[in-house]
Design a protein around this ligand. Structure first.
Ligand SMILES: Nc1ncnc2c1ncn2[C@@H]1O[C@H](COP(=O)(O)OP(=O)(O)OP(=O)(O)O)[C@@H](O)[C@H]1O
Ligand SMILES: [Mg+2]
Length: 228
């Protein structure tokens, strides 16, 4: 189950299958695939506009979520659980199914038993929501971000970094670092130096220990798309 901000119609279609892999983005692609398959380590994707960071985050979330659904089977309206047929399994093994062998599930018994919980938050939306929570006097979103199975933070760096933002982020990052829970982050910040200057060495140190830090290279794909 993916909670948080809506992914939105423009990026709903993003999967690993429709991500065009080149020498400029192969490493981030493979690291995201590993996160989706194995549940860790996290990733921190750096890169310019339009190079495919959000596409990779959305693909990772879907595959991460689906490996659990696939392993559990999907309950139909009648409440019966449907498992893949032998023919489907053979097609998957041969790489013909939508995700092919790229999405082979590897799950702990605990994950299978309780179901996955993912949170997707562009930073601007998250900061706005966290501020509202303070005025409402609850901490629901903050708690969900600390405790979910996969936290996905998009557009890190787009927000104005205030003491409030730094404290909230540090609390979430530190919690997830201590509990070995993965986080996937995308940012336009160009380097670890820029990240450290904005969020502090303490946060960067925790991200470095729990995430693969990688730059997505390439051109701005939006520039070559027809407006829609
Ligand atoms: N390698 C790729 N293969 C197929 N589509 C791609 C690829 N890279 C990007 N796209 C498409 O290009 C568009 C822009 O990509 P995306 O939104 O992921 O960029 P971004 O790196 O997150 O940019 P920004 O930093 O501005 O948020 C999306 O529609 C996405 O599906
Ligand atoms: Mg993006």
């Amino acid at each position: 189950m993916i909670q948080g901000a809506p992914i939105g119609a423009r990026l709903e279609h993003c999967t690993f299958d429709n991500f065009e892999v080149t020498d400029l983005n192969r490493e981030p692609f493979e690291l995201c695939l590993r996160l989706a398959r194995e549940g860790r380590p996290g990733v921190l994707l750096m890169g310019k506009n339009g190079v495919g960071k959000t596409h990779l985050l959305v693909a990772t979330m879907k595959a991460f979520d689906r490996r659990l659904e696939g392993a559990r089977g999907e309950a139909g309206r009648d409440g019966l659980v449907r498992v893949p047929s032998a023919a489907d399994l053979l097609r998957m093994a041969a790489g013909e199914a939508e995700d092919g062998p790229r999405a082979v599930p590897t799950l702990s018994p605990e994950e299978i038993a309780r179901g996955a919980h993912l949170e997707y938050w562009p930073l601007l939306d998250l900061v706005c929501e966290l501020r509202l929570e303070i005025t409402r006097g609850n901490q629901e979103v903050s708690r969900r971000c600390r405790e979910c199975d996969l936290l996905v933070l998009d557009d890190l760096g787009a927000e104005r970094v205030t003491d409030f933002v730094l404290e909230e982020l540090e609390r979430i990052v530190d919690w997830r670092y201590r509990t070995l829970q993965p986080t996937a982050v995308a940012t336009n910040l160009k380097s670890t130096t820029e990240i450290s200057a904005k969020y502090g060495q303490r946060a960067l140190s925790r991200w470095s220990a729990s995430c693969e830090l990688v730059t997505v290279l390439g051109g701005d794909r939006r520039a070559s798309m027809k407006p829609s």
